[in-house]
Ligand binder design. Sequence first.
Ligand code: IPM
Ligand code: MN
Length: 362
Amino acid sequence: MAKTYKIAVIPGDGTGPEVTAEAVKVLKTAADKFKFKVDLTHFDFGGERYERTGETLPDSAVEELRKFDAILLGAIGHPEVAPGILEKGILLKARFELDQYINLRPVKLYPGVETPIKNKGPEDIDFVVVRENTGDAYTGTGGFTMKGTPHEVAVQTAVYTRHQVDRCLKYAFEYARKHGKKARGRGEKNTLALCGKTNVLTYIYDLWERAFHAMGKAQYPDIAREYYHVDATTMWFVKNPEWFDVIVTGNMFGDIITDLGAMIQGGMGIAAGGNINPEGVSMFEPIGGSAPKYTGKGVINPLAAICAAQMMLETLGEEKAAAAMEQAVMWATANKLKSLAAGKMGYSTSEVGDLVAAKVAE
Ligand code: IPM
Ligand code: MN
């Protein structure tokens, strides 16, 4: 009997529903072609529901989401809602409550896609960031004292436990072994680079660095280890992106360097990420926002959402379907789309979805 995956779909705000519809279109096509089933349940969490009901992601919804095989998310963010409410109430709540401790963000320049980096092509820009997704300055540790007075104090502390660091490193080493450049026939060895700031964050990144070398030495002698300070990492992303294979880093640095990564791979139209709990329910999303100014116009690029669905299939173990989807996206960027930018693709949002779906079906 065909395998059935129960997928929760949260289209969210702004252009989220438009791009999610295209991701679902391609997903269904892949399911037909590769003989599995997807059982989709839509949820309306997002800014509009919050405006209506005051609810972000209720605890009961988290419990419900636990019953799915994966979650596909569009975008969260609403111009009428103050910053932080939806981000913390929906996105970060899902990441934390479902313990999605890995944020996996591939940075891959597809053929035909323009990068702002001069003289670099698809063979140079092809790496993955494994961002820790539960700790660091994201835990909400801290607070104000004397708020509103001239002497007010604000503290927000970066927090890491050895357990959090070790489980993230284990994922990153395993990922490097399975998907690193050597494993893909693109280099001499698989390399895992730690991105940190051991010269200033002498507690947090000292812990990361010791754990990194201890685990690498004991369990992953086949994987080369490198270390980069985060500031230098941003420099090398631009100057020598070809140096990188798999990068592991904390939550905050991972947030920052992956926006840079998204730009060098062609922008938010193509960048996708997975919030992964290797033992639980993972959530996949295009990493661009809700793009209010393009909402409802049919001009937004759905490829990032399609790539998110592709990562979802890969994580669920549908590797052939995932590979076919990636091939179809690469075919579209190489042969069809004029640009990845909203309104400049030469096609509407749904036409891009149609193109990719038709290629997957071939
Ligand atoms: C991201 C986003 C989020 C983050 C925000 C919206 C909370 O920037 O997914 O990278 O900081 O993780
Ligand atoms: Mn971010």
